[in-house]
Design a binder for this molecule. Structure first.
Ligand code: PMM
Length: 288
């Protein structure tokens, strides 16, 4: 079994799981592709998050800005208003929370409100204050592969040297940038950024090479949940399978990612994902 790379700086409950952890998505947005508009109200968001923890989620990833293809940016004050009450309440209730943001100001306020991990889908590129901020903290951060904001990313899904090669190079460059800014490498999680400046064929090539990405030596996060490439795979002559029919495929990706050595899977519905992780673990180990 590939050894599991786990980031330093996690709270003890997460650091001691010894398996792939399950991160439940909580988009406090009106327009995310899967759950947009459902959890804008704080009470509904909290209820959803607690439900996800009861289903086995180890961590809840709170995001206030949609990154779906074509999404426009929102003002920072709006993002703060959406996420802070949710993070504060969940943290007070003992739920481990990560903040999904590209903005240093939002990350900083979220950490003050109790977040234990920063998930930056831009890999520190969207806001030059992000890496210096992280160098002043002890919490882990996710650097995702990213090539530009949602309005432009579809133009950048071009990989003449091969998607695995280019994504690996660009992720390593972001890791180097983080280290140069003073972030210790052992706190950095890498993420291939499925669906971000990537066509379906690119996502599948990256998933096929997950063990090689794990081989970079950093903890790896995989975010495939309900994404369009799964809908396209499962579609028929009516078009891609709708979002609400993609959770079983997500479970399959979870099992295979865990078997390949991913540290974390980011999913919309935690149901079954911890079981899938456990099956993969025993499958690889050849014992319970
Ligand atoms: N995908 C989305 C948002 N945040 N964060 C990480 N680290 N990795 C991802 O793949 C990722 C992410 C988009 O999905 P959503 O709109 O359903 O949250």
């Amino acid at each position: 079994m590939p050894s599991l790379h786990v980031p330093v700086g996690l709270p003890p409950s997460l650091a001691s799981t010894h398996r792939t952890v399950v991160m439940a998505v909580l988009n406090v947005t009106p327009d995310s592709f899967s759950d947009g508009g459902q959890f804008l109200h704080v009470d509904r968001a909290i209820e959803r998050a607690v439900h996800q923890v009861n289903l086995g989620a180890d961590l809840v990833d709170v995001g206030g800005e949609s990154t779906r293809p074509g999404a426009e940016r929102i003002p920072v004050a709006e993002e703060l208003n959406r996420v802070l009450p949710v993070i504060r309440t969940l943290s007070e209730e003992g739920v481990a929370v990560s903040i999904d943001t590209m903005r240093a100001a939002v990350a900083e306020a979220a950490l003050e409100a109790g977040a234990v991990l920063v998930n930056d889908v831009s890999g520190g590129l969207a806001d030059e204050a992000m890496l210096p901020l992280m160098s002043d903290t002890d919490v882990p951060m996710v650097l995702m592969h990213w090539r530009g904001h949602s309005t432009q990313m579809h133009l950048r899904a071009v990989y003449p040297a091969g998607v695995v090669h280019e994504v690996t190079d660009e992720l390593c460059a972001r890791l180097d940038a983080a280290v140069a800014a003073g972030v210790s490498a052992d706190r950095v999680v890498l993420d291939p950024g499925l669906g971000f400046a990537k066509e379906a064929e690119h996502n599948w090539a990256l998933l096929q090479s997950l063990e090689a990405l794990v081989g970079i030596g950093q903890p790896l996060l995989v975010g495939a949940s309900r994404k369009r490439f799964l809908g396209e795979l499962l579609g028929d002559d009516q078009g891609p399978r709708p979002v609400d029919g993609r959770d079983d495929a997500t479970l399959a990706v979870t099992a295979l990612s865990a078997a390949a050595g991913a540290w974390c899977v980011r999913v919309h519905d935690a149901r079954g994902n911890v079981d899938a992780v456990r099956v993969a673990q025993s499958w690889k180990a050849g014992r319970a």
